[in-house]
Design a protein around this ligand. Structure first.
Ligand SMILES: Cc1cc2nc3c(=O)[nH]c(=O)nc-3n(C[C@H](O)[C@H](O)[C@H](O)COP(=O)(O)OP(=O)(O)OC[C@H]3O[C@@H](n4cnc5c(N)ncnc54)[C@H](O)[C@@H]3O)c2cc1C
Length: 120
């Protein structure tokens, strides 16, 4: 993940700023979210009569970088967990999922979280 999304008057976008494991199936969805965020930044600036310059990219970075970091790390964590679990014949995940499968609140909220991500 890039530390800086801007360089001079260039803004990095798409997978370049948040390349995540395909396990998540979310890479392009994150870009769609980014498009919504950057569009709002541009609209707000235009409404105030402010110039559309690299400050758009800087605002975009400060609105999204922490979310990308958190999400990317969480996906990496899930990937590493299952990798470890597979190496020990799923002795960690089998009992955990047995318990979670009986918990209806967990199932309900994990469905909502899967659909809406961090925008709960
Ligand atoms: C197996 C797999 C499954 C996925 N499933 C999902 C899913 O279900 N849902 C979801 O939301 N996302 C999914 N993704 C992620 C999604 O495909 C990516 O997030 C999305 O394609 C990224 O788009 P992009 O335009 O940022 O980058 P890219 O699609 O990588 O486009 C970048 C383009 O730039 C070109 N390029 C690179 N360097 C140069 C250069 N120097 N000069 C000129 N051209 C260059 C490349 O050839 C490429 O065509 C999946 C990804 C994979 C690999």
């Amino acid at each position: 993940m890039l530390r800086n999304y801007t360089h001079d008057n260039i803004l990095a976008f798409g997978d370049l700023i948040h390349r995540i494991h395909p396990l998540a199936g979310q890479g392009f969805n994150m870009t769609l979210r980014d498009i919504k965020i950057i569009s709002k930044i541009v609209d707000d600036k235009m409404l105030l009569g402010l110039p559309i310059d690299i400050s758009v990219g800087e605002n975009f970075q400060s609105s999204t970088r922490h979310l990308n970091y958190l999400y990317g790390k969480a996906i990496d964590g899930i990937y590493e967990f299952f990798r470890l679990d597979n190496n020990v014949n799923n002795i960690i995940s089998i009992p955990i999922f047995k318990i979670l499968n009986k918990n209806s609140s967990f199932k309900k909220y994990s469905n909502i979280f899967s659909d809406k991500g961090l925008n709960l």
